[in-house]
Design a protein around this ligand. Sequence first.
Ligand SMILES: [Zn+2]
Length: 311
Amino acid sequence: MDELDGGIRRITLPLPTRPGHVHAYLLPGEDGWTLVDTGVGLPEAKELWAVELEHAGGRVATIFVTHFHPDHVGAAADLHELTGAPVVQGSLDYAQCELVWGNPAWSERLVDWFELHGAPDDVTAELVGQSSVYRPFIRYQRDPLLVEAGEHVDGWELVAAPGHADGQLCLLKDGVLVAADHLLGRITPTVGLWPASRPDPLGDYLAALDRTIELAPRIALPGHGDPVADPVARAHELKEHHRARLAEATSSLGSEPKSGYELSFALFGSELPPPGRRFACAETLSHLELRVHEGAAQRDGADGAVTYTAA
Ligand SMILES: [Zn+2]
């Protein structure tokens, strides 16, 4: 556990896949800690948390989940059992959490979706693999307290940060942004198009970065990696990164229809292992869809296969 400015504590939890760790934060409040994010619900999660919380001292007043990805929501039910504190989660995010983790048929839906976007039959299972790996280790809390952006949790304003996850919420107080996976220091947060996600996640993300620039937090505390010392500069960098990739997306299009899967090789190279390809494919699609929204690309959905051409 690390002590940060303002009495905030950071707890770093193991993550079996890259980047190998995830941070949770304890935010001090009058009634106790607001605990932000929970790590994956690995078999030893509860014991690990018991030790960390003993170490921190005091009581946990609220468990806040920023978004429904396994490394953030996974041990929410464990923590609720351990502390008795209510779990608080954004309403859109909880709806997607139920849709994905409460639905045993989700993996099949993902297989269909990759097929729709041009992945060959023999690779779809591999592409879906990673999400099924985590499934047994996701113990989200059913019927949490639902909140919306703009509301407050123990004096922290909830800021909508869609893109990496549609319903992701950050927390902001006194220039400190608890950023979850909206803003990471060295890693570029993945922004992908997934089944049942909002239609233009990259457009949402770029707008959320503009909002970050407007809010101009002094420091951002991310879900992975070191604190971001200049969040505004980092938001500009991430915008640049996506603008460059959007330009590549446009130049990879021509008059011949190509699938998102096919185009992911042009944008992300051919050397990726299946989990990498899975995200490359979703990211390629988010870039293509923004281009479609801007009128620079065209989507064609005939014959149960989605393809893109230059507009
Ligand atoms: Zn994460």
